[in-house]
Design a protein. Structure first.
Length: 162
């Protein structure tokens, strides 16, 4: 994804009030992030417990989501974004308030995501034995595409576009 600065990130949010945006704590090292290696940018708020954020480029426009981590009964789950079969620990359930009036009326959507937001790194890992051993690059590029599709699709659902 394209590099983003603090202003662009704060302007990207689609399911927050202006007051909530003012309270967002951004990660300290935005300039050092390898943006080109990311399909989405996610982080936990250092000051607000259970609060996290994800910015996803949708048709080249950054769209930010405010998320809330909710307790899960299971300690392992498949991440709905990268769908990695092996990295099933550290996956957390998050809810995103829907954009606009729907969200203000209390509607939200849940999703399972790696709690450290490392899906972009995971899909670029070398394939394990049974997966894609014939063509590593095609395998990774397919996984990257799928991750982008799933991230975009979730944002569109939050926006109420599908
Ligand atoms: Zn993941």
């Amino acid at each position: 994804m394209q590099q983003l600065n603090a202003t662009q990130i704060k302007k990207s949010f689609i399911n927050t009030s202006r007051r909530e945006v003012e309270k967002i704590t951004l990660p300290p090292n935005l300039a050092e992030i390898e943006w080109a290696e990311l399909d989405y940018f996610g982080w936990a708020d250092a000051k607000i417990p259970q609060r996290a954020y994800i910015v996803v480029p949708v048709d080249d426009v950054p769209r930010g989501l405010m998320l809330r981590a909710v307790p899960m009964a299971k300690s392992q789950a498949m991440c709905s974004w990268c769908e990695d079969l092996h990295e099933t620990t550290g996956v957390r359930m998050f809810t995103a308030k829907k954009a606009g009036p729907s969200g203000r009326n209390g509607n939200s959507l849940g999703t399972l995501i790696h709690g450290n937001f490392e899906c972009s790194e995971i899909v670029r890992n070398p394939p394990r034995a049974v997966e894609g051993h014939n063509d590593f690059e095609a395998h990774v590029s397919m996984r990257v595409d799928k991750l982008n599709e799933r991230a975009t699709s979730f944002v569109k659902r939050v926006l109420g576009e599908k």
